[in-house]
Design a protein around this ligand. Structure first.
Ligand code: SRM
Ligand code: SF4
Length: 586
């Protein structure tokens, strides 16, 4: 930490002058929670209900777990006057998506014994368990911890899982970026021992701030943490798989000709979340501020988080993300504030060029001679089906694999760092479990992502993960019909406006409005460099396909060499170009 940063990194959030009753109620909950403890001990011991008590709903999120209910059963249980079928989602914290085979085996076992028998790879490179019952929650958390992973800050008003382009050994740049991503993740972790006390039976260290001086401190977050979630990603050009401009902080690696990491361009103010019919809200892509040396990345991240802590909106959570803080105060103000806290100025941004946001499927070789196999996991759901026992196959691979397993930002998996003499063995397992066949799909399907939505997500308005594969089959047929064959178009779907699969930065995006109805967004950048524009509101499948067909037919006939679909839609005037998030709703 620099001296200037130390000076500015005091817990100003404790000095908020506004009375707590003027702030959003979540601020009171955090402030009164004794550093996130709340009544969680009682809540989890209570056996009358399958959920937790009152305020504790908000607090569990800081520990990576949410209460959900099975929405497929909601109406039936209401009719029978039963409480909803409560269950917990658990999200693991796994910086840059890296885990060891023995961790995979343990998580796989927990998924089969304590959750719904599947593992969900997320759009931020980690695992989620769904369907964990309250009586199994603590044991599942302990099981995760036993693998040397945990769930702390996987959700909540704090810095979430730090993303980075996976496979450190791919080049010297990758090898240098991974430890920095990990360092940033560690630096920004909450310091409260509440997680360890509640889930890991650690002796209490803190008896409550009201009775006496605190024996526990959150030097960065203070007792009210951040106004809202916070996200960081590291991209290594030419691959923008982490969608670096959608992050609150995006670090863009700049390498020399020999691959040596020289530093990062820093982008701030990305975010996807918006609310239908509320034009104060909008998705936004980050602005590149300048260049920093590699060893300053954690200081810079911490200073930016502290700015958001001190100036973020704590009254209206819809306007609380850092993108709104920046647009409210102005980018020049933000840069001044950052440089003052750091005690030094950022250098001018350096040249970089992205080419794709997609994974490199199949076999690739690392600089050290080892091999990787990137497999396609449709919408991130690892499960066994009759024709594709993927979960079993990956379990068998994890028994013999000596390298790592990496979750990609596109919800896929890399069996990474396979020694040359083990490639045949892994290939045989991939083939015999249908994983190679699962990976050999059309490009449009392999480029696609869908969020979880029904039946677990409480915010879903329409299906996403369960519907998107069938929708993609219709798109594949349409591409064939119009002569586009294997066109590499990026399409993403979410079950509501929150944007968990980053649809607003896709060439073709969908967000659920009501069962069977979606908003359609068009014209996003092929490698995540431009937002899409709203095109249809609340449309059914037939309407959406009727609009897309002539556009795809025109693209087949009139596109320029190498022109991405999103660029074509803008050039031909189907949609206006969105240059800034503030133009999204215009
Ligand atoms: Fe998300 C909330 C799932 C990535 C924006 N997201 C949720 C919740 C927890 C619903 C809730 O609050 O009750 C969803 C749980 C569903 C379930 O049943 O599992 C959920 N989000 C996901 C995941 C699992 C989607 C997926 O299919 O992979 C992703 C988990 C990422 C992780 O490992 O940490 C996921 N969510 C994202 C992303 C993409 C990203 O971060 O790169 C975004 C858009 C980027 C951003 O944050 O701006 C995203 N999720 C949201 C939002 C809107 C935030 C906002 O600024 O308005 C919410 C709702 C909220 O926070 O109030 C939300
Ligand atoms: Fe749920 Fe909406 Fe996120 Fe999909 S986009 S997982 S429906 S919150």
């Amino acid at each position: 930490m620099t001296r200037a940063n130390e000076r500015h990194n005091v817990d100003r959030s404790q000095d908020i002058t506004q009375p707590l009753d003027k702030l959003h109620d979540n601020e009171r909950i955090k402030a009164e929670s004794n550093y996130l403890r709340g009544r969680l001990h009682e809540s989890l011991a209570e056996r009358i209900t399958g959920t937790v008590l009152g305020d504790d709903h908000q607090l569990t999120k800081f520990f990576g777990t949410y209460v959900q209910d099975d929405r497929d059963l909601r109406d039936e249980r209401r009719r029978k006057m039963l409480e909803p079928a409560y269950e917990f989602m658990i999200r693991v914290r796994m910086p840059a998506g890296v885990c060891r085979p023995e961790q995979w085996r343990a998580l796989d076992e927990l998924a089969c014994t304590r959750a719904n028998g599947t593992l969900r790879l997320t759009t931020r490179q980690t695992f989620q368990f769904h369907g964990v019952l309250k009586r199994d929650l603590v044991a599942t958390m302990q099981g995760i911890h036993d693998t040397l992973l945990d769930t702390l800050a996987a959700c909540g008003d704090d810095n979430r899982g730090v993303m980075a382009t996976p496979v450190p050994e791919f080049s010297a740049t990758h090898a240098a970026v991974y430890p920095i991503a990990k360092q940033v993740s560690d630096r920004l972790l909450p310091r409260t021992r509440a997680f360890h006390e509640i889930f890991l039976n650690e002796q209490p260290v803190y008896e409550g701030h009201k009775e006496g001086p605190a024996v526990e401190e959150e030097p960065l977050y203070g007792r009210t943490y951040l106004p809202r979630k916070f996200k960081i990603g590291f991209a290594i050009p030419p691959v923008n798989d982490v969608d670096v401009f959608t992050q609150d902080i995006g670090f863009i690696a700049i390498a020399g000709a020999d691959g040596t990491l020289q530093g990062f361009n820093v982008a701030v103010g990305g975010g996807m979340g918006r609310t239908d019919n509320d034009t104060r809200t909008y998705p936004r892509l980050g602005d590149v501020l300048g260049f920093i040396e590699p060893e300053t990345a954690a200081d810079v991240a911490e200073a930016i988080v502290a700015i958001q802590r001190d100036f973020g909106n704590r009254v209206d959570r819809k306007l609380a993300r850092m993108k709104y803080t920046i647009d409210r105060h102005g980018l020049a103000w933000f840069v001044d504030e950052l440089q003052e806290r750091l005690g030094w100025d950022l250098a001018p941004a350096r040249h970089y060029a992205f080419e794709t946001s997609q994974d490199r499927y199949g076999w690739t070789q690392n600089a050290d001679g080892t091999w990787n196999y990137t497999l396609f996991v449709e919408n991130g759901r690892v499960k066994d089906t009759d024709d594709r026992p993927m979960m079993t196959g990956l379990r068998e691979i994890a028994k013999v694999h000596q390298g790592d397993l990496r979750v990609t930002p596109n919800q896929n998996l890399i069996v990474a760092r396979i020694p040359e003499d083990r490639v045949g063995e892994i290939q045989a397992l991939l083939e015999s479990h249908g994983i190679v066949a699962a990976t050999e799909q059309s490009t449009v399907r392999r480029h696609a992502m869908a969020c979880v939505a029904f039946p677990t997500c409480g915010m879903a308005m329409a299906e996403s993960e369960r519907y998107f594969p069938a929708f993609m089959t219709r798109i594949e047929a349409m591409l064939e019909e119009v002569g586009l064959g294997d066109a590499p178009i990026v399409m993403r779907m979410t079950g509501c406006n929150n944007g968990c699969a980053r649809p607003y930065v896709a060439e073709v995006g969908f967000s659920g409005r009501a069962p069977g109805h979606y908003n359609l967004y068009l014209g996003g950048g092929y490698f995540g460099e431009r937002l899409a524009k709203p095109y249809l509101d609340n449309a059914d499948e037939a309407t959406i396909l009727a609009h897309l067909r002539p556009m795809l037919a025109a693209y087949a006939e009139e596109r320029e060499h190498g022109e991405p679909f999103g660029d074509f839609l803008i050039r031909k005037g189907y949609v206006a170009k969105v240059a800034h998030g503030l133009d999204f709703n215009a």
